[in-house]
Ligand binder design. Structure first.
Ligand SMILES: Nc1ncnc2c1ncn2[C@@H]1O[C@H](COP(=O)(O)OP(=O)(O)O)[C@@H](O)[C@H]1O
Ligand SMILES: O=C(O)[C@H](O)[C@@H](O)[C@H](O)[C@H](O)COP(=O)(O)O
Length: 179
């Protein structure tokens, strides 16, 4: 977690639907997602909390998830998007196009994706310095190999993570405000 010593972000025009903050492990989904949710006054949902315990066990042991493992998790996030009474911000890796399509199916209105993109060295460094998290840095390579770049998909912005959290949040809010 980033310390809460940031200046408040000006939300501008709020994106009217739910927002998925996506990217590989360590890209900053939780940190950025919490800040977007705070700026918009939307609830924040940590997608990791919706993984079946078996998935967490596998990842903790350094075993990459398969499509089969991820499907119940994506269904749970899709249900949440479908049933939520108002917009929410969700941190979810959403690595493949088929996963994002699954989430879009569930969303009652437009769904935005904020993709956090970074070099392997930056990601590895952030994962190594994060404490108390189940995800081992050894899984970063398969995370990167699985990622299908969402550039060009509807209501999607990609942001470089090699900058301070405040700058990433500002960039995300500016892009969301124009969608
Ligand atoms: N822009 C940033 N600059 C420096 N450290 C960051 C930044 N964004 C996130 N972090 C740190 O990197 C680690 C991974 O971020 P986190 O939000 O947990 O990523 P994810 O949810 O994608 O796995 C955390 O320790 C977090 O505090
Ligand atoms: O689809 C997956 O393989 C996982 O969902 C993975 O992408 C996710 O990143 C983990 O849940 C680790 O948690 P962090 O993303 O918080 O590191």
């Amino acid at each position: 977690m980033i310390e809460n010593r940031h200046r408040p972000s000006r939300p501008g025009r709020r994106f009217p639907g739910s927002i998925v903050v996506m990217g590989v492990s360590g890209s900053g989904k939780s940190s950025v997602g919490e800040r977007i949710a705070e700026a918009y006054g939307y609830p924040f949902i940590e997608g990791d909390a919706l993984h079946p315990p078996e998935n967490i066990r596998k990842m903790s042991e350094g075993i990459p998830l398969t499509d089969h493992d991820r499907w119940p998790w994506l269904e749970a996030i899709g249900r949440l998007l479908a049933e939520s009474p108002g917009p929410v911000v969700v941190a979810c890796s959403a690595l493949k196009l088929s996963y994002r399509e699954k989430l879009r199916e569930g969303a009652p209105k437009r769904l935005a994706f904020v993709h956090l993109h970074g070099a392997e060295a930056v990601l590895a460094e952030r994962m190594q310095h994060r404490t108390g998290h189940f995800m081992p840095t050894s899984l970063l390579k398969t995370q990167l190999a699985t990622l299908e770049d969402p550039t060009g998909e509807a209501n999607t912005v990609t942001i470089n993570i090699d900058q301070p959290l405040d700058a990433i949040v500002e960039e995300a809010l500016a892009a969301l405000g124009k969608m």
